[in-house]
Design a protein around this ligand. Structure first.
Ligand SMILES: Nc1ncnc2c1ncn2[C@@H]1O[C@H](COP(=O)(O)OP(=O)(O)OP(=O)(O)O)[C@@H](O)[C@H]1O
Ligand SMILES: [Mg+2]
Length: 381
């Protein structure tokens, strides 16, 4: 039985743990708080600060896992590089995890590989930020180099708000580097995630592209298949292959692109299942979690089939939800009366404004949205 140490126990980790349980793996779910979603379906769990290198090392030594699977970015990734050198198996690879947690490092890799991205500049203080925004022009987007789910991002339309953008980024940046990236704002037709599976014994496989929309940099809805012409799809697949080959290792990657009339522009990538890929729980013969697991266990993936089309939309706590509240999700009895609708409730014990608590999976946007209208999140005692 293979032992997997899961670093991060959110909703994506939970589904990965379920896939791994189904193939008989032993899962140790880790996070900084108890009763996190993946811990509810794991064999055992450990609560500790994964940014603390000693605690991370101690957990690895305690369990001596066959695989270490990071589920989030907030991990002391330098420690993972050392653990890999000692022979531990980091999924997909310590290099991939280390480079992708920093927007500047993965962006520098993309540039070195000749991959087109939005124009960008870096800044480490307000003065540099002013200069960077002038070079890039307006509108532009300012993002901390270490953050996720749109945290700390500001879209700037002119020179006025540059200081606020710096403060917003500084308040939300993870890690100890005060650094932001300023990106040219790309006016795209749509954005996609291309789930890319890198295997040890077999070629790189691609899922059918997933369209998605984001609000303030955070995932709102996704759907699969996404209507794309062959030329654009080839471009996206080629770029995904180049960058995932460079990062190395085995597993699934969620490669994000902006889609324009005649080209796709690489944005960023996750070296793990992607939140927009939750739709594959409804659509594919093997969902993104099954694929990640098979790739790391070096089990065969004879084909990836899109069995039916699908749509997913997130259930989030409203802005009026007080911080750290207990809550109840109401309306399932009505939402689930609608044909071809399914729901995943993540099982997070506390809510706060905007916290993602579940996802609705459906055959189309219409029935998914209709189901969502019945769902409400209310504070409980
Ligand atoms: N240069 C850009 N031009 C236009 N839109 C952008 C740009 N950069 C980011 N966005 C928008 O903001 C979203 C989030 O940006 P990005 O993926 O870089 O950040 P993130 O915090 O890692 O988000 P997530 O963790 O949800 O993927 C994008 O999906 C896109 O909708
Ligand atoms: Mg993103």
């Amino acid at each position: 039985m293979k032992k997997i140490l899961l670093l991060g126990s959110g909703e994506l980790g939970k589904e990965f743990a379920i896939s791994a349980q189904r193939l008989g793996c032993d899962i140790i779910a880790c996070d900084s708080y108890p009763n996190a979603p993946a811990m509810q379906v794991a064999d055992c769990f450990k609560v500790f600060d994964m940014l603390d290198p000693n605690k991370l090392k101690d957990a690895v030594k305690e369990f001596n896992p066959d695989f270490i699977v990071p589920e989030i970015e907030a991990i002391r990734t330098q420690e993972l590089l050392k653990l890999e050198e000692q022979g531990f198996n980091i999924v997909p690879s310590a290099r991939a995890v280390n480079l992708t947690m920093n927007r500047d490092e993965i962006r520098n890799r993309a540039t070195a590989l000749g991959i087109r991205t939005a124009k960008y500049e870096y800044a480490s203080n307000i003065k540099e930020l002013i200069a960077a925004t002038q070079k890039i022009g307006f509108p532009c987007i300012v993002k901390p180099v270490m953050s996720s789910s749109g945290k700390g991002q500001t879209k700037l339309y002119g020179e006025n708000n540059v200081e606020n953008a710096w403060d917003e980024a500084a308040r939300n940046m993870r890690g100890d580097r005060a650094k932001v990236i300023v990106e040219e704002f790309i006016v795209f037709n749509s954005e996609i995630t291309l789930l890319t599976v890198k295997q040890k014994k077999g070629e790189t496989l691609f899922c059918s592209p997933i369209g998605h929309t984001q609000s303030e940099g955070d995932y709102i809805e996704s759907w699969q298949p996404f209507d794309i012409n062959e030329d654009l799809l080839n471009q996206a697949q080629n770029i995904s292959k180049v960058i995932t080959d460079d990062l190395g290792g085995y597993g699934i990657f969620g490669v994000e692109f902006f889609v324009l009339e005649n080209e796709v522009i690489f944005s960023e990538l996750s070296p793990r299942p992607h939140d927009t890929g939750m739709v594959t729980m409804f659509t594919q013969n093997l969902n993104e979690f099954d694929l990640h697991l098979r790739a790391l266990l070096e089990l065969p993936i004879p084909n990836i089939l899109l069995l039916r089309k699908g749509y997913s939309t997130v259930i989030k706590a409203g802005d009026d939800m007080p911080k750290n509240s207990k809550y109840e999700i109401k309306g399932l009895e009505k939402a689930l009366l609608i044909n071809n609708v399914d729901v995943r409730i993540f099982g997070k014990s506390k809510a706060w404004p905007g916290r993602r608590l579940g996802v609705i999976l459906s055959s189309e946007k219409e029935n998914g949205e209709a189901a969502k209208k019945f769902i409400s999140i209310v504070k409980s005692k």
